[in-house]
Ligand binder design. Sequence first.
Ligand code: ADE
Length: 236
Amino acid sequence: MLNVKILTAYPHMFPGTLQYSVIGNALKEKKWSLDIINLHDYGYDQRKSIDSEPFGGGPGMIIRPDVVEKALLSIDYQSHAVKKLIYLTPAGKILKQSNLAEFSRFNQLIILCGRFEGVDQRAIEILKFSEISIGDYVLAGGEIAAQVLVEGCIRLLPGVLGQPESLFEESFSNNLLEYPQYTRPQVWSDIHNEDHEVPKILLSGHHEKIKQWRANKSIEKTKLIRPDLLEKEKKE
Ligand code: ADE
């Protein structure tokens, strides 16, 4: 079973979104487990402080390496679990679907959430955290990013999704965006009384043609809004 440990200065932000829907159900059904470690429990002074000013000057505060190490030692860090340590930071490698697949195969994910101006680089290097970013934008901390990463991993675990075949056709599964989907009503009259029909091919019952249409739509959509994915396909 995958065990996720979150090291954070804001433990109340968890389980957050991870308690709902398929991910929350899987947690209740013990298909994965979650432990939250409060960095302040390992603070270095009476006030349980975890950060100090950056050497060399500059704004903000930096989480200290001794605090991160103590927090890590408090969990069964030395156990034999096949584990991956991840530090969430906008200065990390961009998270991809392929990384989620890789992470979901570990026994344990230990995720450090940054706050303030970051974490002392020695803690990242010596304790062997991989630096991961969820996108080219800056959040106030790594907690939401951790929930994004964990949700993305957990839905890939066997038995978590009701219809695992949906994993094969979803966006990014073959460097393409997913084709557009339609449901009832067959003709939707909007509030301006304009009618919008679903593409006729989808009502034809002709499975081969529908498959082909969807594949074409996938490529068309990817070319239009994510041409970089097709370039990547060529290079790989
Ligand atoms: N912390 C702040 N911004 C972040 C981002 N884009 N990805 C991961 N962690 C972050």
